[in-house]
Write a protein that binds this ligand. Structure first.
Ligand SMILES: NC(=O)c1ccc[n+]([C@@H]2O[C@H](COP(=O)([O-])OP(=O)(O)OC[C@H]3O[C@@H](n4cnc5c(N)ncnc54)[C@H](OP(=O)(O)O)[C@@H]3O)[C@@H](O)[C@H]2O)c1
Length: 302
């Protein structure tokens, strides 16, 4: 691929963007947006953009003139969306629709990171044709974003992401960092035995999203291959990171009240993406790959 082609990555400063941008730079000239805090990302040109401001988004497009867009920016924590539904709508829905308008006008590939949380977890496994049934505001807003983007720009590609883990960005961490901090402090970690996910690392997710730039107008699940409860995941984590499994304490979703209701079993059938070459290794080997990163250490951020 031509190295000078420009890829615009929204939410580059977030957890996934931090890993994705340097990987994308192998094939693209990468431009990333950040929002509140300036940061540096290797091999990435960065612009400050509030995506809820149409003028700022337009100015960003005019400056970058992207050849393709990966839309990662979001209010990504379900509890935050439940507590701030209007802002969630502005970021997760309205800004996504505007991006679809801009990409449609330019006729360029657009891949949007939706979520497994468009499903309620009651009727797994979920394929790309399963009816959506979100349990919380975050999931509802991802559904609205998907539908409106497709209406505005039928060539937009939707990627339903699973739970992801990996290296923390300077501004955002995955669920792994608090787990590691707690275990390394010798504190017990309560983990659900009744919440099932098919997680992947940000490295694997990034590889899938870059692949989907070549598949306009389609919808894909980008789940992993291992079906694990949070407790199963904790057992793999303690094993790979050489931490005490005795600190893991099994519990049920019902034991922990949360602002946003939680889906129970989000088993995703991702065979459509596997057939394209998206090929997640086992979670154990993805975790092993992360042990060498300094930002997996006790401190939350590098
Ligand atoms: N992480 C997961 O396990 C997971 C699972 C399924 C789907 N996803 C989806 O995958 C994508 C990436 O997730 P992530 O974990 O990387 O999320 P993240 O760490 O929360 O990053 C999201 C980024 O979006 C930016 N953003 C928020 N509001 C913005 C605004 N008004 N204007 C411009 N930027 C704004 C945030 O910047 P500020 O913080 O400065 O506002 C943040 O850097 C999201 O679409 C998320 O919904 C994630």
């Amino acid at each position: 691929m031509d190295r000078q082609r420009r890829l615009l990555v929204t939410g580059a400063g977030g957890f996934l963007g931090w890993t994705l941008c340097p990987l994308a730079a192998r094939d693209w000239q990468v431009w990333g947006t950040y929002h509140r805090q300036p940061l540096k990302i290797p091999q990435t040109r960065l612009l400050r953009v509030d995506l809820t401001d149409p003028d700022q988004l337009q100015a960003c497009f005019d400056q970058v003139r992207p050849d393709a867009v990966l839309h990662l920016a979001a209010l990504s924590r379900p509890n935050d969306c439940e507590l701030n539904p209007d802002y969630s709508y502005q970021v997760n829905v309205a800004a996504s629709w505007r991006l679809a308008d801009l990409c449609g006008a330019a006729g360029i590939p657009l891949v949007f990171t939706s979520s497994e949380l468009v499903f309620d977890g009651r009727n797994p496994p979920y394929t790309e044709t399963s009816p959506v049934c979100p349990l919380n505001r975050y999931g509802e807003h991802k559904v609205l974003a998907e539908l409106g983007m497709g209406d505005r720009y039928p060539l937009a590609t939707i990627a339903r992401m699973p739970l992801m883990f990996g290296v923390a960005s300077p501004q955002s961490e995955s669920f792994l960092q608090p787990f590691l901090r707690q275990l390394r402090a010798g504190q017990p970690l309560r983990l659900f035995t009744d919440e099932i996910r098919m997680p992947v690392s940000a490295i694997v997710a990034a590889s899938g999203l870059l692949l989907l730039l070549n598949h306009p107008g389609e919808l894909f699940n980008l789940g992993g291959r291992d079906r694990l409860s949070r407790y199963d995941f904790g057992q793999l984590l303690t094993d790979v990171f050489n931490l005490s499994p005795a600190l893991l304490s099994p519990c049920l979703q019902a034991d922990v009240p949360m602002a946003a209701p939680r889906a129970r079993d989000l088993t995703l059938d991702s065979s459509k993406a596997f057939a394209l070459g998206y090929d997640p290794p086992t979670v154990r080997s993805q975790l092993a790959q992360l042990t060498s990163f300094s930002s997996m250490s006790d401190t939350p951020f590098p």
